[in-house]
Design a protein around this ligand. Structure first.
Ligand code: ADP
Ligand code: MG
Length: 706
């Protein structure tokens, strides 16, 4: 999306604000293509940073090739084969002095290209070797046929590889960036970090850092550059992370400058609920609720994230917080990511709050017609004191009488924007008053990510499970042993235990998964005639879904065949056995969530991860991790390691993890320092701080704060 023209943020670095159009040779079309990717001024080109390097400074012997590693090789053509199996194909076998051969394979080529490869001619190519039919091969390498007489000196420096821009060839992009770099001003004119901040870091100036990463000099530490740990890269990482911290910090300052209804800590409703609960709060729940109480007593909005592993008891903390709002005659809303979970919250909250005389209403997408109109009216006139629902809560047309507390459960399932949308439902949001916000998540967020992605929130952790839970024993079982498993379920159910059988398929529609669940349901029904089996999936009518869940909860059925609709929040303490099909295809976080459905009562619970052999390396690691630990934090760290932060947070679309140079795993050690610098800058030189944000985040920051 093209960004709005930006005003020069400050006299500092004004050189970077010159439009790309001012470069010789840049025409309308190119400028438009670049603008579509947010590149409008020279600075944007300076900061279009290489995402990696190709090392053409040396030649790797074919014998030493390892699959998956990009390398340069050189050899003589042994044989050429042109074929038309399913499509045109060209295979060129080359060999070098190491006596090993390598196949270059092309699917798109011109006749002249094919003719270049004469047996005996010398070819230098660059690419990534993979195992092929006849040993290693490189598909579509970049290559050059070397003229025996010509100079074939190796490159002296690494070649930067830039993130591609559709409509611009890689070589032209390199050219435009090089041209823009010629207009890089002197170090002082470019620098936004004050000397007092920059000096102690012991890192190069921004100018030197940019020149080094775009055009690594021959003497640069190539290994460090390739690993992303070169001081020049660290310098850029610091500034980029700083930009993100500052923009989140700004958002927080802006939010906290607004007013929110202060909710006094003393509440007879809270006391009454605590007295009526069949359990005592754990120490962790008490601590977190005390933090919430302190927050909401202030006339500024609470912005708090509560993390707690599955089963740690977040819901009751949410209910207590809601009562603080209700006590003062305000409303509270609780939003959950799925209808099933929202329904459970509704049942829990009604069970706890209605005996205290508090009215709890329901608003979900499937609510239509009269029922919906009635609910909306109750929300609007304030007779609905607590409102539970799904995304439907945020829709237009939902008008709260006086929303003082917005609670979002399982935050990781929602985008940042959705979280903010509920906030905007606050009473008199126009009048500058916003509700307090409580965000809850069972996906433990590694500290480094929390610092970065949730820098606008205070974080508390419910780091203790209620007493009497027994850890879940987890085993991985090949699908070939399904028969034994069915026997085991028969025995367990005959013993009065209840079990889940979870059907999963990845990347498939509700319909396909529902079908798979149906098939499994039928097979299990046939195999286990004495067992009472029920089925729930996302395609069922809410009424039927709920009836099936209730029957299972009452113990009227023994085995529940389900899709991942039960992933979050489902709470049936008597269920103590879970089977997860195709476990090898699921991510760690999701498996941990699913497994969290058992081990909620005092019975010893187990989880069987059923997999299709053969397991990939990655899948094996995931299943091993689950077998070894029940600790959500350990699992989250492992998940981060295996998958990287973008996927973990599901924040690709929010731009949070879309860093140019920073890598939250690799650069985690810099975060505390960066946070300190961000605070200092915001306090001492906010204009400079904003200029850094404009430089690095530009349009994205405006989008996030819109
Ligand atoms: P989660 O944090 O995963 O959302 P829930 O709020 O669903 O966990 O709580 C899981 C179960 O534990 C619920 O049945 C809840 O009533 C129960 N529970 C919550 N707190 C306690 C406690 N302090 N002692 C015993 N049981 C508790
Ligand atoms: Mg929950």
């Amino acid at each position: 999306m093209p960004r709005a023209r930006r005003e020069p943020t400050t006299a500092i670095a004004a050189a970077g604000e010159a439009p790309i159009r001012s470069l010789p040779g840049v025409g309308d079309r190119l400028a438009r293509t670049l603008a579509e990717r947010g590149l409008e001024c020279l600075q944007d080109l300076w900061l279009w940073l290489p995402r990696g390097y190709e090392d053409r400074t040396r030649i790797t012997a074919i014998r030493d090739l390892r699959p998956g590693e990009p390398v340069q090789v050189e050899g003589r053509v042994l044989a050429v084969e042109r074929g038309f199996r399913y499509r045109p194909m060209l295979r060129v076998a080359i060999a070098d002095d190491s006596q090993a051969t390598l196949v270059l394979r092309f699917f798109h080529f011109r006749a002249a290209q094919a003719a270049q490869f004469q047996p005996g001619s010398r070819v230098r190519c660059f690419g990534t070797a993979r195992p092929g039919q006849h040993g290693l091969e490189i598909v579509h390498p970049s290559y050059r046929v070397l003229d025996d007489a010509a100079d074939d000196a190796l490159a002296g420096t690494l070649d930067p590889v830039y993130p591609a821009i559709e409509g611009i060839a890689a070589a032209s992009l390199r050219k435009w960036i090089a041209l823009a770099l010629q207009r890089l001003p002197e170090a002082d004119a470019l620098e936004l970090l004050p000397p007092a901040v920059l000096a102690p870091l012991g890192l190069p100036t921004l100018r030197d850092a940019l020149l080094t990463v775009h055009r690594p000099p021959p003497e640069a530490d190539l290994a460090a550059l390739l690993a992303g740990r070169h001081p020049a890269q660290r310098r850029l990482v610091i500034e980029e992370l700083l930009a993100h911290q500052v923009s989140l910090g700004r958002q927080r300052i802006r939010l906290q400058a607004q007013g929110a209804p202060p909710l006094p800590a003393q509440s007879s409703l809270v006391d009454a609920l605590l007295a009526s609960l069949p359990f005592h709060l754990t120490a962790a729940q008490q601590r977190v609720f005390a933090q919430v109480r302190d927050d909401v007593a202030r006339p500024h909005p609470m912005l708090r994230l509560v993390q707690g592993d599955v089963g740690s008891g977040k819901t009751v903390v949410a209910a207590l917080a809601a009562l603080l709002a209700v006590q003062q005659g305000h409303q509270a809303a609780l939003m959950a990511p799925t209808e099933l979970l929202a329904e459970q919250h509704l049942a829990n909250l009604r069970g706890w709050l209605e005996p205290l005389g508090v009215r709890v209403d329901w608003l979900a997408g499937k609510l239509t017609g009269k029922a919906r109109a009635k609910a909306l009216a109750a929300v609007a006139d304030g007779s609905a004191q607590v409102v539970v629902g799904t995304h439907a809560l945020m829709q237009e047309g939902v008008v709260f009488h006086d929303l003082a507390l917005a609670i979002v459960d399982e935050q990781h399932r929602f985008g940042v924007h959705q979280r903010l949308a509920l906030r905007d439902k606050g009473a008199g949001a126009e009048g500058g008053r916003v509700p307090h916000q409580l965000v809850m998540t069972a996906t433990p967020i590694p500290r480094t990510l929390a610092m970065s992605a949730y820098a606008d929130l205070d974080v508390s952790a419910i780091d203790e499970l209620p007493p009497g839970r027994s850890p879940v024993t987890t085993v991985a079982l090949s699908n070939e042993r399904r028969g034994e498993l069915v026997e085991r379920i028969r025995a367990a159910c005959a013993d009065g235990r209840q079990a889940y059988w979870v059907c999963t398929l990845i990347d498939d529609s509700d319909e396909v998964v529902a079908q798979a669940a149906q098939t499994t349901f039928e097979a299990l029904t046939a195999a286990l005639p004495d067992i009472r089996i029920a089925l729930v999936h996302g395609r069922l009518k809410p009424k039927d879904k709920q009836a099936a869940m209730e029957a299972f909860k009452r113990g009227d059925t023994d085995l529940l065949v389900a899709t991942t609709v039960i992933e979050v929040g489902v709470d049936i303490p008597n269920a103590s056995l879970m089977v997860i099909e195709n476990a090898e295809r699921l991510g760690l976080a999701q498996l941990h969530q699913l497994r969290g459905r058992v081990g909620r009562g005092s019975a010893r619970s187990s989880c069987v991860l059923l997999y299709q052999p053969l397991l990939s390396q990655m899948a094996r690691q995931r299943l091993d991790t689950l077998r070894q630990t029940n600790d959500g934090f350990v699992i989250a760290e492992k998940d981060l390691e295996l998958r990287g932060p973008g996927e973990l947070l599901g924040t690709r679309q929010t731009g949070l993890a879309a860093f140019r140079v920073a890598d939250l795993m690799r650069d985690a050690d810099l975060l505390p320092q960066v946070q300190a610098i961000a605070r200092q800058l915001l306090a001492e030189d906010p204009r400079r701080a904003d200029a850094i944000v404009a430089r690095w985040v530009g349009g994205a920051a405006r989008y996030a704060s819109a």
